[in-house]
Design a protein. Sequence first.
Length: 408
Amino acid sequence: MISCCFNTQEKPEKKAVTTKSSFRRLSFSDISNSTSSISPEDLSLSLVGSNLYVFTLPELKLATQSFSTSNFLGEGGFGPVFKGIIDDKVRPRIKAQPVAVKVLDLDGTQGHKEWLTEVIFLGQLRHPNLVKLIGYCCEDEHRLLVYEFMARGSLENHLFKRFIVSLPWPTRLKIAVGAAKGLAFLHETEKPVIYRDFKASNILLDSEYKAKLSDFGLAKDGPEGDETHVSTRVMGTQGYAAPEYIMTGHLTAKSDVYSFGVVLMELLTGRKSVDKTRPAKEQNLVEFARPYLKDARKLARIMDPTMEGQYSTKIAMKVASVAYQCLTQNPKSRPQMSDVVDALEPLQDLEDMNIEPFVYSAAMHELDDQESAKEHYHGHIHKLRSPKSAGFSDGLNRNSQRNHKGGK
Ligand SMILES: Nc1ncnc2c1ncn2[C@@H]1O[C@H](COP(=O)(O)OP(=O)(O)OP(=O)(O)O)[C@@H](O)[C@H]1O
Ligand SMILES: [Mg+2]
């Protein structure tokens, strides 16, 4: 690969980048002091063990048919994204696979730093609920990222784009659980990571609607030692960022938990976190809808009407209760992401059991206690619009008392 135009304004003071014999994740700070001077060779050396391909620009042109508009997938702050095929025409003996190639917009607001952050974090972190970074390209001023192709695009498109069929309730639950697992992994990995940009557009879906987090350009290493938080410039996305982070710049894993609560509300309601087209008091989803989450009758008023008849009130209430706790003002009172996973994951199985509601109604007559029979019935079939809200145990409270591995 030809040598790269990293910011040549600054003195090229090469920092020794250790080659990893045993795998220990490099934190961004390990090399951030030298982001302007680290050579591509140093970078690929420092990421030995992460199995990233270093592509050339001509290879990625070939893969994407010269970044043709017919391969255009979308565009965000980093730049345009194109579908491509990596096969042995592109690179001999490589495993053939579809990819998404993200190209840094050289006139945009993001740049080398975001690109490098993505390569360093996502290059080293592997989990079924994180999008896999396959490789990168760094030639002259060009910066590209090559990811596994996520066939169903972003959650944002599915929730908010017109002409896309509404996501059914069980799929929303599956997406919530997958995304929660991705965040829990980041928070509990050996060197914890704060994701900082959790939102519907950064949750990508594979062909089976498995959720994976993408976009690590804003990710930060979590606090170390006795530190309680990381101090940063406030960045992120309006409507998703936690209030204390916006006010103080103090970043903790609990800021991600808040953002997760916002996405959970979007899944429940089908409303955007910020929607300027709605009446003034409904524009901010959390401000407007959080008070509706604790009461079944109120919740029914804000649930996405396209899911009518697909969910049980009881389970929707449990999900709403998780969202409510994630959105608590005091970050310390928010659950950890592992608690959220523990609370949401079992609901998927319970929801599956609801698929045959008439079996329940027949069995109901055999129950001795008529009251509990009614509760059972109302709890299972939302179409009946049961106003019942009480009586379920709160998975989060129960779980947060447990001592979770790696919890902070
Ligand atoms: N790995 C991928 N597989 C398939 N499509 C992708 C992939 N990565 C991105 N996309 C598509 O490209 C679009 C733009 O993604 P990108 O992450 O650059 O921007 P964004 O998330 O919409 O905005 P932001 O800059 O705020 O993150 C996504 O909405 C998605 O449709
Ligand atoms: Mg994104």
